[in-house]
Design a binder for this molecule. Structure first.
Ligand code: KG4
Ligand code: ZN
Length: 339
């Protein structure tokens, strides 16, 4: 039985998890509230908080799994993409621990791990499937042929879907991260109250920067006419913005599913926690007769459980990293198995 400790510190969550023979036995996350007041993640503050949180989080994960450091067979860590300062805290810690325990090191690609989260619980998708990965930093449509055999068929050329949610929320005066708050207000709003222009992108690529500008100009105009416009229409604005982002996401996902003749659709990343998106996807899958896969909530937003799952698959294949590992803030998905 192989026990692997996995560490995730790519952005603003410090997380540690333990996986034993493919079964997650703990997944502990320490979030960072400090960024709320700044309207976004402040990289220096994120690395400092990772420093403070990493040892307690690792201890909690080991304790919950009922294991000691000596019982571990490998140490896994996120090698990128992410914030350099944040990644350095996790990789330095993992490398030090692997060296001290004389255990192998596994370097995991964060975006690959978001997709591998689908293999933690049942029902697991069979290959091939299409994965829509939507997070704060990425928006990708990935054609998964096998665990380590995949192709990005579309991605955003500017902002990520999570960024679109967060930036729109900021314009509405909501704190960071605004995505979950838009979700909450949207529940009582009218999604057809306001219309925002959708981008006209070729192929399966996404673009969200035009929508961001469109919302900004719209709000400027409306608040000039009525200074209380946002406060008076918050739920309708959230519902309309959310519905637009969802339409943009689904339109390309549906087209890619048809183009590649796929029948299994999966969603991953923080934005997959959005209740409107989940509902719309369920509706789309049902009307097309497709199978839909959505990971459990704790494995959607950043967490070490998904890193542990990817690490387990790499361990089985003997895909180990060197002690000379250097994190890469722009690590491409194509290099998921080369780090
Ligand atoms: O995957 P994730 O936790 O971190 C990154 O790798 O970026 O994704 C974070 C993003 C943020 O933009 C956050 O606003 C968004 O996921 N998010 C949501 C919801 N929950 C998290 N967006 C919309 N609705 C939600 N319920
Ligand atoms: Zn993520």
């Amino acid at each position: 039985m192989a026990h692997i400790l996995a560490i995730e510190s790519s952005c603003d969550d410090t997380s540690a998890a333990v996986i034993s023979n493919g079964q997650i036995s703990s997944n502990c996350v320490a979030g960072q509230q400090i960024h709320e007041q700044y309207g976004g993640v402040v990289p220096e503050l994120a690395s400092r908080a990772h420093h403070e949180n990493i040892i307690p989080v690792v201890h909690a994960a080991l304790e919950k799994a009922g294991l000691s450091l000596q019982q571990l067979d490998a140490i896994a860590v996120t090698a990128g993409p992410g914030l350099m300062g944040s990644l350095l805290v996790g990789t330095s810690f993992a490398k030090g621990l692997a060296l001290a325990l004389n255990k192998p090191l596994l370097a995991v690609n964060h975006m690959h791990a978001h997709i591998m989260a689908h293999f933690i619980d049942d029902p697991k998708p069979r290959f091939p499937f299409l994965c829509l990965t939507v997070s704060g930093g990425h928006t990708q449509l990935v054609w998964m042929r096998d665990y380590f055999d995949f192709e990005i068929v579309g991605q955003t050329i500017d902002d990520a879907a999570g960024e679109a949610f967060d930036k729109a929320a900021k314009m509405l005066g909501l704190p960071y991260p605004g995505g979950p708050l838009i979700d909450k207000y949207a529940a009582t709003g009218n999604p057809a109250a306001f219309k925002f222009t959708e981008p006209n992108m070729p192929g399966f690529d996404y673009s969200f920067s035009g929508l961001k500008t469109g919302i900004l100009y719209f709000l400027q105009k409306k608040t000039q006419e009525n200074p209380n416009f946002i406060a008076e229409n918050r739920s309708d604005l959230c519902a309309s913005i959310q519905a637009t982002i969802i339409r943009i996401l689904l339109h390309k996902a549906e087209a890619a599913m048809l183009q590649y003749g796929l029948t299994r659709l999966a969603i991953a990343g923080g934005v997959s926690a959005n209740s409107g998106l989940r509902k719309a996807l369920a509706h789309l899958a049902e009307s097309r007769g497709w199978e839909l896969f959505v990971p459990e909530f704790q494995y959607c937003t950043d967490n070490a459980g998904m890193i542990a799952m990817a690490a387990h698959l790499q361990y089985e294949k003997g895909m180990f990293a060197k002690q000379s590992l250097v994190p890469d803030p722009r690590l491409p998905l194509s290099a998921a198995h080369e780090v």
